[in-house]
Design a protein around this ligand. Structure first.
Ligand code: SF4
Length: 338
């Protein structure tokens, strides 16, 4: 028991460390740098002012780094006639038709290759850009019409090369649910990396998995059960296979949007740990608060605060260790808005 306890303390010190910088790639114009084609920037208040103090930015401007000037002619993605594959698309200047395709493809492969060694925990991309946009970027036909179903040239290489990396666009981060999910994922990815980048034991993996139980359940019960099977079978498989399949399933679980109903299920599950230890009034108050959140009447922070209060007061150690109670810094106030 003492050994298990020591094991737990050691693990917690390692993957719950908060002094390790959390490095996030970012489209440079979002930080306020004047690198856009028109000589301007697209400073994002959330990126610069709110998330900024908690992360270390790794700024990237694909167009400037690929050799284009500031200011420069506007460029766009064009799908050549008779093709429908993303790989056939071209990156061309709107007015002259001059192609930057090969330069951007070459640059993106080399830059993303270098970024793979930068220990990134996430990436924030500029929406709509033919280089940085992650989703719904305009793709023009040679006749002139456009569809909004493309990916920027740099963004596609980044996504394809680093499939587990949490990536979002600044526009989508205006949505409180997507913002909370993204920040949850970047902090979870750092914990995952801190865990697997050091020497780890199967006992520690059990603790890691157990402490993420409520967080995982809030996103995907199916993936949580899948992860449980990976942990249970870990002894029979090579360690690298366990690490890879646990990491992939863990990040896929957290990529599923947590909904008010899933939060309600998790909160009720946690409330079950207080059974027989709360007076009627406190029990009713907690149940009502959980229902109010599920009905959209109060933000998630309300039932969470009440649960934390009871966990502390009653000394429920199992719940006190749950990441779900504080998956990211409370100063970001993300759960005050969902
Ligand atoms: Fe540079 Fe990307 Fe911003 Fe365009 S969207 S200015 S390529 S960082």
């Amino acid at each position: 028991m003492d050994e298990a306890r020591n094991d737990s303390e050691t693990t917690r010190r390692r993957w719950r460390r908060t002094d390790v910088p959390i490095r996030i790639g970012v489209s440079r114009c979002l930080l306020g740098d004047a690198v856009r084609f028109d000589g301007g920037h697209k400073r994002s208040r959330f990126v610069s002012d709110e998330l900024g103090p908690f992360v270390e930015w790794v700024p990237v401007c694909p167009e400037v780094e690929a050799g284009m000037e500031i200011p420069r002619p506007a460029i766009r993605i064009v799908q050549p006639a008779g093709t429908d594959d993303e790989a056939d698309q071209r990156l061309v200047e709107v007015k002259s038709g001059r192609s930057h395709t090969s330069a951007m493809v070459r640059y993106s492969k080399s830059r993303v290759g270098a970024l793979a060694d930068e220990d990134l925990c996430g990436f924030v991309l500029k929406k709509d850009s033919p280089s940085c946009g992650m989703t719904r970027v305009r793709v023009w036909s040679e006749q002139g019409g456009a569809t909004r179903d493309g990916r920027g040239f740099f963004a596609r290489v980044l996504e394809d090369r680093m499939p587990l990396l949490p990536i979002e666009e600044e526009g989508r981060l205006e949505d409180p649910q997507l913002r909370e999910r993204f920040v949850t994922r970047i902090f979870a990815y750092r914990r995952l990396k801190l865990f697997f980048d050091a020497r780890w034991t199967l006992g520690e993996l059990v603790i890691f998995h157990t402490e993420h139980k409520m967080q995982l359940l809030a996103h995907s019960e199916r993936r949580y059960r899948e992860l449980g099977r990976i942990v249970a079978d870990a002894k029979q498989r090579p360690r690298s296979e366990v690490r890879d399949s646990y990491s992939e399933t863990f990040m896929r679980a957290l990529a599923t949007q947590a909904t008010p109903q899933r939060h309600a299920n998790v909160l009720q599950h946690m409330a079950g740990h207080f059974r027989g230890r709360l007076d009627d009034e406190s029990r009713r108050e907690l149940a009502d608060t959980i229902d109010d959140h599920a009905a959209g009447l109060v933000p998630l922070i309300v039932p969470i605060t009440l649960i934390r209060h009871h966990v502390r007061r009653l000394g429920v150690e199992y719940l006190a260790d749950q990441i779900y109670l504080e998956p990211h810094p409370k100063e970001l106030m993300l759960r005050n808005r969902i």
